[in-house]
Design a protein around this ligand. Structure first.
Ligand code: SF4
Ligand code: SF4
Length: 506
């Protein structure tokens, strides 16, 4: 049926359509080209997306406002963590190796939380895809959001689709150059704002804004603003749909993840075919012959930001933005026909309608239940571990070369580097002790000896402290390796934390 609908295109229309349509149209005039004549890379066609009004356009504008609002304002949101920590709610603090997200502070050794966040994000993406296709691509992806804004600037300066195409076809005048110059200037300004906002996540935002404006910011900040300005200008201004078609892996991944029950932007060919003009449809219907609702006006293709003809069926280039739904609904409304010729639907429903059965939407399926389950479990585990994680830590590194030293009196000595972590925002005192070898002497290098094999250590707020420890064994030790334990006790609370290692001998 899809191929049949494609066969009704003229060659001009087929040029606007996706690969399948072009191949079938080519087959109409001279037979399908042999495989070795099909080019591996289709030459780029410049896309002039037409503006459109409607429900999905409004949703897209709302998504642009919300996502950009969050992106630009978030660095300025404050979060009081006390005197010894930054007050920016979301901050990637490279100099101190910390990531702050409101009440959460991630240390470098807790990078597994970021792994958990990535798993959670992937599962949410999979769930969105299983319910309503590429919602992320159509409404939330930064490439889509910025390309949308760049298109709006282009339309504002160079006119809507028809006007812009006409200008590009005609001989370029001073006005054409002036318009193009203005467009690129505005694009660069928008790209510059993007780069500028991104660096605000890496330093105190109000301070950095002041420094950037007065030329006092570090060189690396200017460099990153420049790099991000250039990449945004290139990706959203020049490469646009090419990023979605060739660079992004998500279309391929989602094609493997989707199933027949996922709602996708779908041309209801059961209703649209055979295509014919409104007048012809009236005549055919009067004669009792079938006539579809699609009037072949190509409005759905003209508004598409990736140049897809959704009537050719599922297409990797379709980012599921829903703009073709708005375009077609507007056409149907003008013709006095029911809207929804293109809509979020499934091929199963199309087949059911053709068989005279009721269409249905099946949200609860094994895969959606599974994704929801994994999201709940991963989210709960992360929340639990975050809420109950230790506010102190101890790690031990044994000296590598040499592993042990024999002293002149026959005793064996091993060296260790011990790192104590205090994640609280107050200074804390710890007693460090040792277990595992009965006849030992513990020497905390650079610290006064206490005589009881323990040491009182203070660690500053939100800091780590490194201590060199030499353990000397005077006993008769037959084993080449003996397990030992370093124990840290919080003086205020009595809470203990341990780290194990080994004492090595010949
Ligand atoms: S075919 Fe429709 S939903 Fe898909 S990208 Fe084009 S306009 Fe958006
Ligand atoms: S906008 Fe609707 S009527 Fe026009 S070509 Fe597309 S599907 Fe057919």
């Amino acid at each position: 049926m899809i191929v049949q609908s494609v066969r009704t295109m003229s060659l001009d229309q087929a040029h606007e359509a996706p690969a399948l349509a072009r191949l079938v149209a080519a087959a109409e005039v001279g037979g399908a080209p042999p495989d070795d004549e099909i080019p591996l890379y289709a030459p780029r066609r410049k896309i002039y997306p037409q503006s459109v009004h409607g429900t999905f356009r409004t949703i897209k504008w709302a998504a642009v406002v919300v996502t950009l609002g969050i992106y630009y304002l978030l660095p300025f949101v404050r979060w009081d963590r006390g005197a010894n920590a930054p007050s920016q709610a979301v901050l990637i603090d490279f100099p101190d190796s910390r990531f702050y997200f409101f009440f959460i502070e991630i240390w470098p050794q807790e990078v597994y939380y970021l792994t958990g966040l990535l798993i959670l994000a992937a599962m949410i993406l999979f769930l969105m895809n299983a319910v309503a296709g590429r919602v992320w691509c159509g409404y939330l992806c930064p490439q889509t959001v910025w390309t949308d804004l760049f298109f709006s600037i282009e339309r504002l300066v160079e006119g809507d689709r028809r006007e812009h195409m006409q200008r590009d076809r005609q001989r370029w005048t001073i006005e054409t150059y002036a318009r193009k110059g203005m467009k690129h200037f505005l694009w660069l300004m928008l790209a510059w704002w993007t780069g500028g906002a991104w660096v605000l996540y890496f330093a105190d935002a109000p301070t950095l804004v002041k420094e950037l404006a007065t030329g006092e910011a570090p060189f690396v900040a200017y460099a990153w603003v420049g790099i991000l300005t250039f990449t945004t200008y290139t990706l959203a201004g020049h490469m646009r749909e090419q990023v979605c078609l060739y660079m992004c892996p998500w279309p391929r991944i989602q094609a493997a993840l989707t199933d027949e029950f996922a709602l996708n932007v779908t041309y209801r060919y059961d209703r649209g075919e055979p295509r014919c003009s409104a007048k012809k449809a009236e005549q055919l219907r009067a004669q009792g012959q079938p006539a579809g609702d699609c009037v072949d006006c190509l409005q759905c293709v003209h508004v598409c930001p990736t140049g897809v003809d959704i009537r050719g069926g599922a297409d990797l280039g379709c980012i599921q933005c829903g703009l073709c739904i708005d375009a077609c609904d507007n056409v149907m409304t003008k013709l006095g026909r029911a809207t929804g010729l293109i809509a979020y639907d499934t091929d199963i429903n199309i087949k059911r309608r053709m068989e005279g059965k009721q269409p249905f939407v099946k949200m609860m399926r094994l895969r959606t239940a599974l994704y929801a389950f994994v999201i709940t479990v991963a989210g709960s585990v992360m929340l639990y571990t975050l809420a109950t994680r230790d506010s102190e830590g101890i790690s031990v590194i044994h000296d590598r070369n040499p592993m042990f030293v024999r002293l002149s009196d026959g005793a064996l000595r091993n060296g260790y580097t011990i790192r104590i972590v205090n994640k609280r925002l107050q200074k804390r005192e710890f007693i460090m002790g040792f277990d595992g070898l009965p006849a030992t002497l513990i020497d905390f290098v650079g610290l006064p000896p206490r005589g009881d094999g323990q040491m009182l250590l203070d660690v500053g707020p939100d800091q780590t402290r490194e201590v060199r420890v030499l353990v000397t064994d005077y006993g008769a030790r037959p084993l080449p390796s003996t397990p030992i334990i370093f124990r840290l006790t919080d003086v205020a609370t009595g809470k203990q934390t341990e780290a194990s290692d080994h004492f090595f001998g010949p």
